[in-house]
Design a protein around this ligand. Structure first.
Ligand code: GAR
Length: 210
């Protein structure tokens, strides 16, 4: 079956959605391990409770991004995953790391890319006055938050929204979106065409609206 390693930095709610999608979807797939750059990430404890192997690779133990990424790659490669899924993983990865997992490294970003790459996307959306906010699941390339798009989810922005309100509304869509993408990957339906655009067999729309 399809082997996933999931990378987290904190709460891990997207990681939980991925694990649940694999279990409840009856997929020929498994989450082999959950890896974090933070020893005390809440998501690691949840994964351990589920019987999923966990690994911490604390970034502060390494003197450079290159050294950290090399240790991270060693931790990942021990599980021989088909795909590495970033789920609230908050470290920027080096081009060497990204190229190593070319076509196999996927991220969820909390904005409608290419709008609002980087951090504090909910604040950015409110400051921009946009009426729709959203999230993007995409292949990771060396350019931050810019790779081929697998799926996008939209939520409305309401008049009185705070960044936290918007984040909470969007999180439901994130979970739904990542679960769908994991199913497509596990079923071997995802490909990149010659233009580096994503194709998913048997799926008409990869847009979701709350
Ligand atoms: C999610 O909203 C995810 O989209 C975002 O962090 C949150 C993690 O929550 N990711 C990024 O900002 C990536 N730069 P979770 O740990 O509960 O999944």
């Amino acid at each position: 079956g399809c082997r996933f390693v999931v990378l987290i930095s904190g709460r891990g709610s997207n990681m939980q959605a991925i694990v649940n999608a694999v279990h409840e979807g009856g997929l020929a797939a498994q989450v082999c391990a959950v890896v974090s750059n933070k020893v005390d990430a809440a998501g690691l404890a949840w994964a351990r409770d589920q019987g999923i192997p966990t690994v911490a690779v604390p970034h502060r133990d390494y003197s450079s991004r290159e050294a950290f990424d090399a240790a991270l790659a060693d931790a990942i490669d021990a599980w021989q995953p088909h795909y590495v899924l970033l789920a609230g993983f908050m470290r920027v990865l080096t081009p060497v790391f990204v190229e190593r997992y070319s076509g196999r490294l996927i991220n969820i970003h909390p904005s409608i890319l290419p709008a609002f790459p980087g951090l504090h996307t909910h604040q950015q959306a409110l400051a921009g006055g946009v009426q729709w906010h959203g999230c993007t699941v995409h292949f990771v390339t060396p350019v931050l938050d810019h790779g081929p798009i697998l799926a996008q989810g939209l939520v409305p922005v309401l008049a009185e929204d705070t960044p936290d309100d918007l984040a909470a509304r969007l999180l439901q869509v994130e979970h739904r979106l990542y679960a769908d993408v994991v199913r497509w990957l596990a079923e071997g339906r995802v490909a990149l065409d010659a233009m580096q655009r994503v194709q998913v067999r048997g799926v008409d729309s990869r847009a979701f609206v709350l």
